[in-house]
Design a protein around this ligand. Structure first.
Ligand code: SAM
Length: 241
């Protein structure tokens, strides 16, 4: 379970909110059962339930310093806002595969329109999915899901990353594999994936001018939701020996 740092004191963790219901009613846990808690800042502990109250579960810490399960590079997936519930799949599976964070953007071929109310609701749902997926895959942190960016805003983020990559099916020479072989552990990497309709040539040129390097994800055209999962799998293969 992920808790705020202040819920983790010396020797104890106090779990509150929706997780209490999950522990008591979904998992049917009892006093003495063990579980893992992370504060999202690298403190992962194993503990045993000592007390179950109406609004809180108190855990006694048994073991500190559990193994870090994060990828050696921090990968942010920027996904062109896809149709339907595909983004949910990207966040759930991308979290299992180790994504550091996600952001969503709109570009010329984006077809979905989100007003502020819908965007707020979607972001809450996506963040919840990230939290649940992080818990089930025993991640040490929950990936953040950033708000929806415009194309221009996305381009301006390139300078915040050591490597800003742009997945482009027309790229013929730079494969993701070759590009990743230049990336040292500890780097942060942004990987941009287009919406269902992809990018046009002007957008590809704008990305390059903004400092993005285009990469191929292989010779086949992947679906918009397959592409980030392929990219994250490649990162894991490259960096986890
Ligand atoms: N029309 C399909 C769909 O509905 O999902 C394919 C969409 S594909 C054009 C969407 C994005 O995935 C592209 O903009 C690109 O970022 C990425 N992509 C897919 N296959 C790729 C490949 N072989 N190399 C590089 N990027 C790829």
């Amino acid at each position: 379970y992920f808790v705020d740092p202040e819920q983790m004191e010396e020797g104890y963790v106090t779990i509150t909110g929706d997780d209490v219901n999950h522990i008591v009613r979904v998992m049917r846990s009892r006093v003495g059962d063990e579980l893992i808690c992370c504060n999202g800042r690298g403190r992962d502990v194993r503990g045993a339930i000592e007390e179950i109250g109406a609004d809180a579960v108190r855990i006694r810490i048994l073991e500190e310093g559990l193994p870090n399960r994060e990828l050696p590079v921090q990968v942010t997936i920027a996904q062109g806002l896809p149709k339907g519930d595909k983004m949910e799949l990207v966040i759930q599976k991308g979290t299992e595969l180790g994504a550091f964070s996600f952001c969503v953007f709109t570009s010329k071929r984006t077809v979905v329109k989100l007003d502020d109310k819908k965007e707020k609701k979607r972001l809450e749902r996506w963040q919840k999915i990230a939290k649940e997926a992080a818990e089930q895959s025993h991640r040490s942190r929950v990936p953040e899901v950033g708000s929806v960016l415009t194309w221009r805003e996305l381009l301006a983020t390139a300078s915040r990353f050591h490597y800003a990559l742009f997945a482009y099916e027309k790229e013929e020479t730079a494969t993701l594999r070759r590009t990743l072989s230049e990336v040292p552990p500890g780097s942060n990497v942004l990987i941009v994936i287009g919406p269902e309709g992809g990018f046009d040539e002007t957008e590809a040129a704008e990305a390059e001018a903004a400092g993005f390097r285009s990469v191929s994800l292989g010779r086949r055209i992947l679906r918009a939701e397959t592409a980030p999962l392929y990219a994250l799998s490649c990162v894991s293969y490259e960096f986890e020996q």
